[in-house]
Ligand binder design. Structure first.
Ligand SMILES: Cc1cc2nc3c(=O)[nH]c(=O)nc-3n(C[C@H](O)[C@H](O)[C@H](O)COP(=O)(O)OP(=O)(O)OC[C@H]3O[C@@H](n4cnc5c(N)ncnc54)[C@H](O)[C@@H]3O)c2cc1C
Length: 257
Protein backbone atom coordinates (compact mmCIF):
# COMPACT_ATOMS: atom_id res chain seq x y z
CA UNK A 1 0.00 0.00 0.00
CA UNK A 2 1.17 3.41 -0.90
CA UNK A 3 2.17 5.28 2.28
CA UNK A 4 2.07 8.91 1.31
CA UNK A 5 3.68 10.44 4.17
CA UNK A 6 5.35 10.11 7.35
CA UNK A 7 7.02 13.42 6.52
CA UNK A 8 3.72 15.08 5.59
CA UNK A 9 2.39 14.80 9.11
CA UNK A 10 5.13 17.10 10.32
CA UNK A 11 4.51 19.75 7.66
CA UNK A 12 2.41 22.84 8.08
CA UNK A 13 -1.37 22.77 8.09
CA UNK A 14 -3.36 24.59 5.39
CA UNK A 15 -4.65 28.07 6.23
CA UNK A 16 -8.44 27.99 6.40
CA UNK A 17 -10.31 31.17 7.26
CA UNK A 18 -13.95 30.87 8.26
CA UNK A 19 -15.94 33.92 7.23
CA UNK A 20 -19.51 34.55 8.41
CA UNK A 21 -21.95 36.37 6.14
CA UNK A 22 -25.11 38.22 7.02
CA UNK A 23 -27.90 35.68 6.64
CA UNK A 24 -30.43 37.01 4.18
CA UNK A 25 -33.26 35.56 2.16
CA UNK A 26 -33.35 36.55 -1.51
CA UNK A 27 -36.07 36.12 -4.11
CA UNK A 28 -34.67 35.52 -7.59
CA UNK A 29 -36.07 35.05 -11.08
CA UNK A 30 -34.91 32.44 -13.58
CA UNK A 31 -33.46 33.89 -16.79
CA UNK A 32 -32.23 30.73 -18.52
CA UNK A 33 -32.40 26.96 -18.14
CA UNK A 34 -29.80 24.94 -20.02
CA UNK A 35 -29.08 21.21 -20.06
CA UNK A 36 -25.28 21.31 -20.01
CA UNK A 37 -25.20 17.49 -20.08
CA UNK A 38 -28.15 15.05 -20.23
CA UNK A 39 -28.42 14.87 -16.40
CA UNK A 40 -27.20 18.35 -15.38
CA UNK A 41 -29.42 21.43 -15.51
CA UNK A 42 -27.78 24.86 -15.37
CA UNK A 43 -30.17 27.52 -14.10
CA UNK A 44 -29.27 31.20 -14.20
CA UNK A 45 -31.09 33.49 -11.79
CA UNK A 46 -31.20 37.23 -11.44
CA UNK A 47 -32.63 39.84 -9.10
CA UNK A 48 -31.88 43.11 -7.32
CA UNK A 49 -31.49 41.03 -4.14
CA UNK A 50 -28.14 39.83 -5.52
CA UNK A 51 -26.60 43.32 -5.18
CA UNK A 52 -25.01 42.36 -1.84
CA UNK A 53 -24.65 38.58 -2.40
CA UNK A 54 -21.28 37.20 -1.29
CA UNK A 55 -19.82 33.77 -1.99
CA UNK A 56 -16.18 33.69 -0.92
CA UNK A 57 -15.35 29.99 -1.44
CA UNK A 58 -16.01 27.49 -4.25
CA UNK A 59 -17.60 25.02 -1.82
CA UNK A 60 -20.07 27.52 -0.35
CA UNK A 61 -23.72 26.62 -0.43
CA UNK A 62 -27.04 28.39 -0.50
CA UNK A 63 -30.30 26.99 0.85
CA UNK A 64 -32.95 26.83 -1.82
CA UNK A 65 -36.53 27.10 -0.52
CA UNK A 66 -38.85 24.86 -2.49
CA UNK A 67 -42.60 24.46 -2.63
CA UNK A 68 -43.88 21.70 -0.32
CA UNK A 69 -47.21 19.92 -0.46
CA UNK A 70 -48.17 21.50 2.87
CA UNK A 71 -46.61 23.66 5.55
CA UNK A 72 -43.09 25.05 5.52
CA UNK A 73 -41.08 25.04 2.28
CA UNK A 74 -38.50 22.29 1.80
CA UNK A 75 -34.85 23.40 1.88
CA UNK A 76 -31.98 21.91 -0.10
CA UNK A 77 -28.32 22.92 -0.46
CA UNK A 78 -26.85 24.08 -3.78
CA UNK A 79 -23.46 25.50 -4.75
CA UNK A 80 -23.20 29.01 -6.19
CA UNK A 81 -21.57 27.78 -9.40
CA UNK A 82 -20.92 31.28 -10.76
CA UNK A 83 -21.78 34.75 -9.55
CA UNK A 84 -21.54 38.01 -11.49
CA UNK A 85 -22.21 41.01 -9.27
CA UNK A 86 -22.36 43.54 -12.14
CA UNK A 87 -24.91 41.46 -14.02
CA UNK A 88 -26.61 40.45 -10.71
CA UNK A 89 -26.63 36.92 -11.99
CA UNK A 90 -26.20 33.65 -10.09
CA UNK A 91 -25.78 30.21 -11.66
CA UNK A 92 -26.83 26.97 -9.94
CA UNK A 93 -26.27 23.52 -11.46
CA UNK A 94 -28.80 20.81 -10.56
CA UNK A 95 -27.84 17.13 -10.93
CA UNK A 96 -31.02 15.39 -12.02
CA UNK A 97 -32.12 12.26 -10.15
CA UNK A 98 -35.39 10.44 -9.59
CA UNK A 99 -36.99 12.18 -6.65
CA UNK A 100 -37.04 15.26 -4.48
CA UNK A 101 -38.47 18.77 -4.43
CA UNK A 102 -35.27 20.47 -5.62
CA UNK A 103 -34.94 18.21 -8.64
CA UNK A 104 -38.65 18.60 -9.38
CA UNK A 105 -38.37 22.40 -9.18
CA UNK A 106 -35.34 22.43 -11.50
CA UNK A 107 -37.02 20.19 -14.07
CA UNK A 108 -40.07 22.47 -14.15
CA UNK A 109 -38.17 25.79 -14.04
CA UNK A 110 -38.46 28.16 -17.00
CA UNK A 111 -37.57 31.79 -17.61
CA UNK A 112 -39.72 33.82 -15.19
CA UNK A 113 -39.91 31.10 -12.48
CA UNK A 114 -39.02 32.32 -8.99
CA UNK A 115 -36.70 30.80 -6.41
CA UNK A 116 -35.99 31.93 -2.83
CA UNK A 117 -32.52 31.31 -1.50
CA UNK A 118 -30.84 31.85 1.86
CA UNK A 119 -27.14 32.28 2.52
CA UNK A 120 -24.36 31.44 2.10
CA UNK A 121 -24.22 31.62 5.88
CA UNK A 122 -20.43 31.28 5.81
CA UNK A 123 -17.41 30.43 3.70
CA UNK A 124 -14.31 28.38 4.48
CA UNK A 125 -11.59 30.11 2.48
CA UNK A 126 -8.46 28.02 1.96
CA UNK A 127 -5.43 30.10 1.05
CA UNK A 128 -1.89 29.38 -0.05
CA UNK A 129 -2.61 25.85 -1.30
CA UNK A 130 -0.88 25.15 -4.63
CA UNK A 131 -2.04 21.57 -5.22
CA UNK A 132 -5.52 20.12 -5.04
CA UNK A 133 -7.08 16.71 -5.52
CA UNK A 134 -10.85 17.14 -5.93
CA UNK A 135 -12.94 13.99 -5.63
CA UNK A 136 -16.69 13.68 -5.96
CA UNK A 137 -19.86 12.74 -7.76
CA UNK A 138 -22.35 14.76 -9.83
CA UNK A 139 -23.34 16.93 -6.86
CA UNK A 140 -19.71 17.94 -6.32
CA UNK A 141 -19.14 19.04 -9.91
CA UNK A 142 -20.40 22.62 -9.34
CA UNK A 143 -17.88 23.17 -6.51
CA UNK A 144 -15.15 21.33 -8.43
CA UNK A 145 -15.83 23.35 -11.58
CA UNK A 146 -15.81 26.60 -9.68
CA UNK A 147 -12.51 25.78 -7.90
CA UNK A 148 -10.94 24.89 -11.26
CA UNK A 149 -12.20 28.02 -13.02
CA UNK A 150 -11.17 30.35 -10.19
CA UNK A 151 -7.62 28.97 -9.91
CA UNK A 152 -4.53 30.69 -11.31
CA UNK A 153 -1.73 29.32 -13.47
CA UNK A 154 0.44 28.44 -10.46
CA UNK A 155 -2.15 25.93 -9.16
CA UNK A 156 -2.19 22.20 -10.01
CA UNK A 157 -5.50 20.39 -9.78
CA UNK A 158 -6.33 16.72 -10.19
CA UNK A 159 -10.02 15.77 -10.30
CA UNK A 160 -11.56 12.33 -9.90
CA UNK A 161 -15.29 12.46 -10.56
CA UNK A 162 -17.93 9.75 -10.74
CA UNK A 163 -20.64 10.27 -13.36
CA UNK A 164 -23.07 8.10 -15.31
CA UNK A 165 -21.11 7.99 -18.57
CA UNK A 166 -18.98 9.93 -21.08
CA UNK A 167 -21.97 12.11 -22.01
CA UNK A 168 -21.89 13.59 -18.47
CA UNK A 169 -18.26 14.78 -18.69
CA UNK A 170 -17.87 18.54 -18.41
CA UNK A 171 -15.19 20.83 -19.81
CA UNK A 172 -13.76 23.62 -17.65
CA UNK A 173 -12.04 26.86 -18.64
CA UNK A 174 -8.97 27.40 -16.52
CA UNK A 175 -5.47 28.80 -16.29
CA UNK A 176 -4.58 26.12 -13.73
CA UNK A 177 -2.70 22.93 -14.59
CA UNK A 178 -5.54 20.45 -14.72
CA UNK A 179 -5.67 16.66 -14.89
CA UNK A 180 -9.13 15.07 -14.96
CA UNK A 181 -10.16 11.48 -14.33
CA UNK A 182 -13.77 10.43 -14.96
CA UNK A 183 -15.18 7.28 -13.39
CA UNK A 184 -18.23 5.99 -15.25
CA UNK A 185 -20.88 4.17 -13.24
CA UNK A 186 -24.70 4.20 -13.34
CA UNK A 187 -26.31 6.54 -10.79
CA UNK A 188 -27.81 3.41 -9.19
CA UNK A 189 -24.23 2.57 -8.10
CA UNK A 190 -23.56 6.01 -6.58
CA UNK A 191 -22.95 4.44 -3.15
CA UNK A 192 -20.04 2.33 -4.42
CA UNK A 193 -16.73 4.08 -3.68
CA UNK A 194 -14.51 1.48 -5.35
CA UNK A 195 -14.21 3.20 -8.76
CA UNK A 196 -13.08 6.49 -7.23
CA UNK A 197 -10.71 4.74 -4.81
CA UNK A 198 -9.06 2.69 -7.55
CA UNK A 199 -8.22 5.86 -9.49
CA UNK A 200 -7.08 7.60 -6.31
CA UNK A 201 -4.70 4.70 -5.64
CA UNK A 202 -2.98 5.34 -8.97
CA UNK A 203 -1.91 8.82 -7.92
CA UNK A 204 0.54 9.95 -5.27
CA UNK A 205 -0.21 13.52 -4.22
CA UNK A 206 2.86 15.60 -3.39
CA UNK A 207 3.13 16.87 0.19
CA UNK A 208 0.76 19.73 1.03
CA UNK A 209 -1.84 18.71 -1.51
CA UNK A 210 -5.34 19.47 -0.25
CA UNK A 211 -7.74 16.60 -0.86
CA UNK A 212 -11.35 17.75 -1.06
CA UNK A 213 -14.12 15.14 -1.18
CA UNK A 214 -17.88 15.57 -1.66
CA UNK A 215 -20.20 12.75 -2.68
CA UNK A 216 -22.91 10.46 -1.37
CA UNK A 217 -22.18 10.30 2.37
CA UNK A 218 -21.02 6.66 2.59
CA UNK A 219 -18.72 7.21 -0.41
CA UNK A 220 -17.19 10.39 1.02
CA UNK A 221 -16.61 8.60 4.32
CA UNK A 222 -15.09 5.53 2.64
CA UNK A 223 -12.63 7.64 0.63
CA UNK A 224 -11.60 9.66 3.66
CA UNK A 225 -11.09 6.49 5.74
CA UNK A 226 -9.08 4.92 2.92
CA UNK A 227 -6.84 7.97 2.65
CA UNK A 228 -6.21 8.19 6.38
CA UNK A 229 -6.02 4.52 7.36
CA UNK A 230 -4.60 2.84 4.25
CA UNK A 231 -2.45 5.62 2.86
CA UNK A 232 -1.51 7.57 5.98
CA UNK A 233 -2.68 10.86 4.53
CA UNK A 234 -2.65 13.70 7.09
CA UNK A 235 -6.10 14.73 8.31
CA UNK A 236 -5.56 18.52 8.18
CA UNK A 237 -5.14 18.20 4.42
CA UNK A 238 -8.48 16.46 3.88
CA UNK A 239 -11.98 17.92 3.83
CA UNK A 240 -14.82 15.46 3.28
CA UNK A 241 -18.56 15.99 3.15
CA UNK A 242 -21.62 13.92 2.36
CA UNK A 243 -23.58 16.06 -0.11
CA UNK A 244 -26.51 13.62 -0.01
CA UNK A 245 -27.27 10.27 1.58
CA UNK A 246 -28.89 7.30 -0.10
CA UNK A 247 -32.51 6.95 1.06
CA UNK A 248 -32.52 10.20 3.08
CA UNK A 249 -33.92 13.56 1.98
CA UNK A 250 -31.99 16.78 2.63
CA UNK A 251 -28.88 15.12 4.03
CA UNK A 252 -25.68 17.14 4.56
CA UNK A 253 -23.01 15.34 6.55
CA UNK A 254 -19.76 16.96 7.58
CA UNK A 255 -17.37 14.06 7.94
CA UNK A 256 -15.02 14.74 10.83
CA UNK A 257 -13.57 12.80 13.73
C1 LIG B 1 -22.94 21.86 0.61
C2 LIG B 1 -23.74 21.17 -0.47
C3 LIG B 1 -23.72 21.65 -1.77
C4 LIG B 1 -24.45 20.99 -2.77
N1 LIG B 1 -24.42 21.48 -4.05
C5 LIG B 1 -25.13 20.86 -5.01
C6 LIG B 1 -25.15 21.38 -6.34
O1 LIG B 1 -24.57 22.44 -6.63
N2 LIG B 1 -25.84 20.67 -7.29
C7 LIG B 1 -26.51 19.51 -6.98
O2 LIG B 1 -27.12 18.92 -7.87
N3 LIG B 1 -26.54 19.03 -5.73
C8 LIG B 1 -25.88 19.68 -4.74
N4 LIG B 1 -25.91 19.19 -3.47
C9 LIG B 1 -26.69 17.97 -3.21
C10 LIG B 1 -28.18 18.25 -3.05
O3 LIG B 1 -28.38 19.18 -1.98
C11 LIG B 1 -28.88 16.92 -2.72
O4 LIG B 1 -28.71 16.02 -3.77
C12 LIG B 1 -30.34 17.12 -2.39
O5 LIG B 1 -30.73 16.05 -1.56
C13 LIG B 1 -31.26 17.15 -3.63
O6 LIG B 1 -32.55 17.46 -3.19
P1 LIG B 1 -33.84 16.79 -3.80
O7 LIG B 1 -35.00 17.60 -3.30
O8 LIG B 1 -33.69 16.64 -5.28
O9 LIG B 1 -33.87 15.34 -3.18
P2 LIG B 1 -34.21 14.92 -1.65
O10 LIG B 1 -35.65 15.20 -1.33
O11 LIG B 1 -33.21 15.57 -0.73
O12 LIG B 1 -33.98 13.37 -1.68
C14 LIG B 1 -34.93 12.46 -2.21
C15 LIG B 1 -34.28 11.12 -2.47
O13 LIG B 1 -33.33 11.28 -3.52
C16 LIG B 1 -32.04 10.82 -3.12
N5 LIG B 1 -31.05 11.75 -3.68
C17 LIG B 1 -30.76 13.02 -3.26
N6 LIG B 1 -29.83 13.56 -4.06
C18 LIG B 1 -29.48 12.62 -4.97
C19 LIG B 1 -28.58 12.59 -6.06
N7 LIG B 1 -27.82 13.65 -6.38
N8 LIG B 1 -28.51 11.47 -6.81
C20 LIG B 1 -29.28 10.39 -6.54
N9 LIG B 1 -30.17 10.36 -5.52
C21 LIG B 1 -30.27 11.47 -4.75
C22 LIG B 1 -32.06 10.82 -1.59
O14 LIG B 1 -31.23 9.79 -1.12
C23 LIG B 1 -33.51 10.58 -1.27
O15 LIG B 1 -33.76 9.20 -1.22
C24 LIG B 1 -25.21 19.84 -2.46
C25 LIG B 1 -25.25 19.40 -1.13
C26 LIG B 1 -24.53 20.03 -0.15
C27 LIG B 1 -24.59 19.52 1.25
Amino acid sequence: MNQLTSQQATLSVPKIERIRHELKRRVLTVTTVERITPQMLRITLTGEDLADFVSAAPDDHVKTFLPAAAGEPERRDYTPRRFDRDAKSLVLDFAVHDAGPATRWALEAAPGSQLSIGGPRGSAVVSGVKRWVLIGDETALPAIGRRIEESDADIAITTIAAIAGPEEEQAFDTRARLETFWVHRPLAQATDASGLISVLDKITPEPETFVWIAAEASVARAIRTHLVEKRGYPLPWIKAAGYWAQGKADAHERIED
